[in-house]
Design a protein around this ligand. Structure first.
Ligand code: NAP
Ligand code: MG
Length: 405
């Protein structure tokens, strides 16, 4: 078979643990036989991030700015335990946080729905897409511990002069303090990405913050969304027959659970981090959630929404065969290759991505899947066969060969 050629590279960001093994498996079994892959490779595995003082992460984000499309494997965000496990020089920041801070933009996360897997919330008949703001807030905060007797103040200096706001007086007890920021520019581009995405898929857009409590910070998000909606999008939304709806975050959570899905739920950075795991799990599995970062200047970074699946990796190191679900990582690759195809006018490459996704879904719907899905899957007349990760990838490969015939 003649392999599909690529003209421009995609930025490939390798990662850690179980997902690093899955990464290689997908390349060997599902991509290399069909595509002459052109990629610029960055090793974001924790060892190499430590060795390069995390410069490799910054370089990979800049490469996405150059080429427009990247695909990223899940990576370890080090904590105290990882410091000893990997003998690190420093507790490096989350690579996703670093990349998002460089690219800015919004992360869209949508569940991959399969016939045979019913969401835990039975009313959710359509997917819920989470649009997560990818810049600032606690992911770019500064924090400190203040000893008993100390004080923490915030100093703001701008054209109105210098003001000092007391955060807390720790005279009776020591404690923690945190300062975080966001910018009008980033919130505005978040809003526009959400409005544009809603129009492109013709779905309602919901947005929520805690503006009643956070009267300046969260309120700013609410105001910017409202202003941009009214001045730039209201007419187009009416014409498309869709709605923009703002409410408080707690009200939004309650309404989402009662909804039938089919909307885009725009979330501030932290809300999106937490809620996308909840939504993904309720739709079946964390491993069935796609994730793409869309930057305001049109760069795309595809990844899986889950982590490096550490528990499975430790079993793998002991020589056990694992049944880790590679679907979200396959979709990261198909998403990146499809976007590359679209941007380069490479129809064959875009069609390959569609076929890869169809073969993946068809494999599951015919009863072949990893352990996490096997307990959820129920379809009349279909017998469930639980496969290891590698067997599952090979089964998909078999279905690909049929699809490409
Ligand atoms: P995780 O890797 O998402 O795994 C949590 C649990 O969810 C797993 O133990 C497994 O449950 C299940 N799971 C997740 N993905 C799965 C898959 N593909 N197939 C089957 N089961 C899956 O989260 P974590 O254990 O909290 O984090 C591990 C590491 O990942 C951490 O070092 C963290 O920093 C990193 N992380 C990275 C990213 C990213 O790069 N985007 C995101 C989140 C976390 P069972 O064990 O019950 O089977
Ligand atoms: Mg999360």
């Amino acid at each position: 078979m003649l392999k599909i050629k690529m003209t421009t590279p995609i930025v490939e960001m390798d990662g850690d643990e179980m997902t690093r093994i899955i990464w290689q498996g997908i390349k060997d079994i599902l991509i290399a036989p069909f595509v002459e892959l052109k990629s610029e490779y960055y090793d974001l595995g924790l060892k190499n991030r430590d060795m390069t003082d995390d410069q490799v992460t910054v370089d990979s984000a800049n490469a996405i700015k150059k080429y427009g499309v990247g695909v990223k494997c899940a990576t370890i965000t080090p904590n105290a335990q990882r410091m000893t496990e990997y003998d690190l020089k420093k507790m490096w920041k989350s690579p996703n946080g670093t990349i998002r801070a460089i690219l800015d933009g919004t992360v869209f996360r949508a569940p991959i729905m399969v016939d045979g897997i019913t969401p835990y919330v039975p009313t959710w008949t359509s997917p819920i897409t989470i649009a997560r703001h990818a810049y600032g807030d606690i992911y770019k905060d500064v924090e400190g511990y203040v000893k008993k007797g100390g004080k923490c103040t915030m100093v703001i200096e701008d054209e109105d002069g210098k003001r000092e706001i007391e955060v807390f007086d720790y005279s009776k007890t020591g404690g923690v303090a945190l300062s975080m920021h966001n910018t009008d520019a980033s919130i505005s581009s978040f809003a526009r990405s959400c409005f544009n995405y809603a129009l492109s898929v013709k779905q309602d857009l919901w947005f929520a913050t805690k503006d009643t409590i956070s009267k300046t910070y969260d309120h700013r998000f609410k105001d910017i969304f409202n202003e941009i909606y009214q001045s730039e999008y209201e007419k187009a939304f009416k014409e498309a027959g869709i709605e923009y709806f703002y409410t408080l975050i707690d009200d939004a959570v309650a309404r989402v659970v009662r909804s039938s899905g089919g909307m885009i739920w725009a979330c501030k950075n932290y809300d999106g981090d937490v809620m996308s795991d909840m939504v993904a799990t309720a739709f079946g599995s964390l491993a069935m959630m796609t994730s793409v970062l869309v930057s305001p200047d049109g760069n795309y970074e595809y990844e899986a929404a889950h982590g490096t699946v550490t528990r499975h990796y430790y079993r793998h190191l002991k020589g056990e065969t694992t049944s880790t679900n590679p679907v979200a990582t396959i979709y990261a690759w198909s998403g990146a290759l499809r976007k590359r195809g679209e941007l380069d006018g490479n129809k064959e490459l875009a069609e390959f991505a569609d076929k890869l996704e169809r073969a993946t879904i068809a494999t599951i719907e015919s009863g072949y899947m990893t352990k996490d899905l096997a307990s959820l899957f129920k379809k009349d007349g279909v017998k469930v066969v639980e496969l290891s990760t590698e067997e599952f990838l090979k089964k998909i490969q078999g279905n690909m060969v049929h699809a490409l015939d």
